[in-house]
Design a protein around this ligand. Structure first.
Ligand code: AVJ
Length: 325
């Protein structure tokens, strides 16, 4: 897509994830089964993710929010007034409140694949901030390849929160950053939340929370397939597993089949061996230095990095290289 943005009252919030069928059939057909991370976020998935962000073990969201609060005036000093603020994967639009209040952007453009969830979130936002111009985009932000040229008259600030960049392998993360660096132009900036490398016990707990929210979030993929693609997964035959691979610095999540059985999806049959896994998600972690190297490779200049006191999480403020410097 080019960029299909529209005013709040005219935006089309129909389910934009038309690729779901293809994502699923492709992912389950390969030698090792996998599902793309964007498949998580139907309405129920967005709700479950929001619940995860409030779980006591899931330090990421809480820590990022505290960093934004603490450094809000430094952020405002870097970004300035009147920016166009684009948020990739805006979800509940909870973290953005601090930035909206601090930056008073000219326009806020939330982008999310979960249509009804996006609609509800921005309605709540609009009633908190009646002055705010909101132009929502319902769709997959990976499909955005250019931004309207009129945006260039303002500073564009892209906010990519929550360490969602960690879903991508480092090579793909670099490509992703390079693409956004180009799209936002010479005055553009990016604010990006990145989870740091740390003690594996902390990561184990965050991705195996005691309320079973992460397990439910993963199993919702199977429920979603049953709902939307006429599947007959028995979710009781799968277990959630999250493992930290410290060689790669990545938490890898799987749904593990506990028995040999087969499943029908969209009229097709998929067989699972006992112990066979569906790879559902990667969550790469970066030291401050590693992420700094990555953004430089992608063509950005790192203007600031902010962390909490325990270095659990980082927020990097990126800009374009100054021409001629
Ligand atoms: C939204 C990709 C950042 O990797 O921590 C949380 C998703 N999955 N628990 C993460 C997630 C399981 C989350 N991201």
């Amino acid at each position: 897509m080019g960029l299909n943005h529209a005013a709040l009252d005219s935006v089309e919030f129909a389910d934009p994830h038309q690729g779901f069928r293809q994502d699923v059939l492709c992912g389950l057909s390969g030698a090792s089964k996998t599902l793309a991370a964007r498949c998580f976020y139907d309405h129920r998935g967005s709700e479950l993710f929001e619940a995860i962000t409030r779980a006591p073990e899931y330090y990421l969201t809480r820590t990022e929010l505290a960093i934004l609060e603490k450094y809000r005036s430094a952020i405002a000093a870097s970004v300035g007034d009147n920016c166009v603020l684009i948020e990739l994967g805006s979800g509940s639009s909870r973290k953005i409140r601090c930035l909206l209040e601090t930056l008073k952007p000219k326009t806020y453009i939330p982008v999310d694949i979960s249509g009804e969830y996006l609609r509800q979130s921005i309605c709540a936002l609009q009633s908190s901030y009646p002055w705010l111009d909101i132009q929502a985009i319902c769709g997959d932000f990976d499909d955005i390849v250019e931004l309207p040229p009129e945006f260039r008259r303002h500073r564009m600030l892209v906010y990519y929160s929550g360490s969602s960049i960690g879903n991508l392998k480092p090579d793909d993360a670099e490509k992703f950053l390079r693409r956004w660096c180009r799209m936002i132009g010479p005055k553009g900036m990016m604010l990006i939340g990145v989870d740091t490398k740390k003690d594996r016990l902390v990561l184990d707990r965050a991705y195996n929370d005691s309320q079973g929210l992460t397990a439910a979030f993963n199993k919702n993929l199977l429920h979603r397939i049953n709902r939307e693609l006429d599947g007959n997964f028995k979710t009781s035959l799968f277990e959630h597993r999250a493992e930290y691979d410290d060689r790669e610095g990545c938490v890898k999540m799987y749904l593990v089949s506990t028995s040999h059985h087969s499943v029908q999806v969209d009229g097709r049959r998929f067989t699972f061996r006992a112990g066979e896994r569906i790879h559902t998600e990667n969550s790469y972690k970066y030291s401050i230095q590693e992420f700094g190297n990555l953004v430089r490779l992608a063509g950005f200049v790192c203007r600031d990095v902010w962390c909490d006191e325990k270095n659990l999480f980082s927020v990097h403020c990126l800009g374009s290289p100054v021409p001629g410097a």
